[in-house]
Design a protein around this ligand. Structure first.
Ligand code: SAH
Ligand code: SF4
Length: 333
């Protein structure tokens, strides 16, 4: 505003529009002078993302949007409504270099990191379009890409979303999910922001985890668990472990016992998630009976575990799937 020759209070007004009020264009910012609105419109983009495809789940609880970025690349984000929460799942990269075989994003080549604006704008896009009385309560960094491989932009986006002058969402209401970049987990533990951490484990033995989450070859379980302990010791914060269940791959009772043994003494919570269709067709969800038996074994071993329902699977809500279709149809045409 100073460079535009405007008084300082205009900056506050603009900030208010950008982060708190539902303007989707500069022309709606009616407390700014018309000439200034025009100048802003000529020089800046209010939104860095262009929606190109939308899908809603049959139950209406999930809304997924495919966005086009300024360089023609695309990413997707999902709005998830629960009884008491309204959550946005955001992407942090275009594609992903980790290459987990069950994950739709993992089958796409890594193209680039998202900028701070591109990450934060996924949240603001939905926030600006909610109905009266609706409020976003959570942000999860569980879309496309590995957030801790784009560490600085992800943390800065958390900062913008958390800031009182920004979006003002409590850091505890945000969760970063990682496939297990051990050094970055240790680093995150030292950050002053109280953002939550989820570690995608999926296997409690190295040979299987090497296959399911290839980053394990670089940071094997011993190193990963040690990083998790350092994270918890540094900030007194807990970690959620994600364990996606794949039929005949990691769902045996012996593997439940292995998992209990690995997490012993960590006081961790395990989220068990039956697989969504995503990457290789080899990876399917087990039958409900097998899932129940796995959960019962964890309970018997006093592991705190919750079973996460499959949500929005009918709109291909799994990570990276809308974009995979887009790429496939672009190849066909
Ligand atoms: N790269 C990070 C965050 C994005 S993936 C990570 O891996 O944690 C977010 C979550 O979706 C991870 O827990 C991942 O394992 C899970 N996921 C990916 N594909 C899936 C599928 N087909 N079914 C169930 N969960 C899947
Ligand atoms: Fe990347 Fe996460 Fe998908 Fe693995 S699960 S390929 S780390 S986005």
């Amino acid at each position: 505003m100073a460079s535009l020759g405007q008084p300082a209070f205009r900056a506050k007004q603009l900030e208010d529009w950008v982060f708190r009020r539902p303007a989707t264009s500069f022309s709606q910012m009616t407390n700014l002078p018309a000439a200034l609105r025009q100048k802003l419109q000529d020089s800046f983009n209010l939104e860095s993302l262009t929606p190109i495809k939308e899908a809603a789940s049959r139950d209406g609880d999930a809304r997924k949007v495919l966005f086009r970025l300024h360089d023609g690349k695309s990413i997707e984000s999902v709005l998830l409504s629960y009884d008491d929460r309204l959550s946005v799942c955001v992407s942090t990269q275009v594609g992903c270099a980790i290459g987990c075989p069950f994950c739709a994003t993992g089958q796409q080549a890594f193209e680039r990191n998202l900028s701070v604006a591109e990450i934060a704008d996924q949240v603001l896009y939905f926030a600006r379009r909610l109905s009266e009385g609706q409020n976003l309560t959570n942000v999860v960094f569980m879309g496309m890409g590995e957030p801790l491989a784009n560490y600085d932009a992800t943390l800065q986006a958390v900062g913008v979303l958390n800031s009182e002058r920004g979006f003002g969402l409590g850091a505890r209401h945000m969760t970063i999910s990682t496939s297990g970049l051990a050094p970055q987990i240790v680093r995150l533990g030292k950050e002053p922001l109280q953002v939550g951490l989820a570690v995608s484990l999926h296997a409690a033995e190295d040979s299987l985890r090497d296959e399911l989450a290839p980053i394990n070859k670089r940071y094997p379980l011993k190193e990963l668990i040690s990083a998790c302990k350092q994270y918890m010791a540094a900030g007194g914060r807990r970690i959620t472990f994600e364990y996606t269940l794949f039929d005949g791959v990691n769902d045996s009772l012996a593997q439940a016992r292995q998992l209990a043994h690995l997490l012993k003494g960590l006081g961790a919570l395990v989220n068990v998630i039956p697989a969504n269709p995503g990457g290789s067709p080899k990876f399917k969800a087990p039958s409900p009976e097998k899932v129940a038996a796995f959960m019962a074994e964890l309970e018997r071993l006093a592991v705190r575990a919750t079973l996460r329902a499959r949500r929005g699977a009918d709109i291909v809500a799994g990570c990276g799937q809308l974009r995979s279709r887009e790429i496939a149809s672009a190849r066909r045409s």
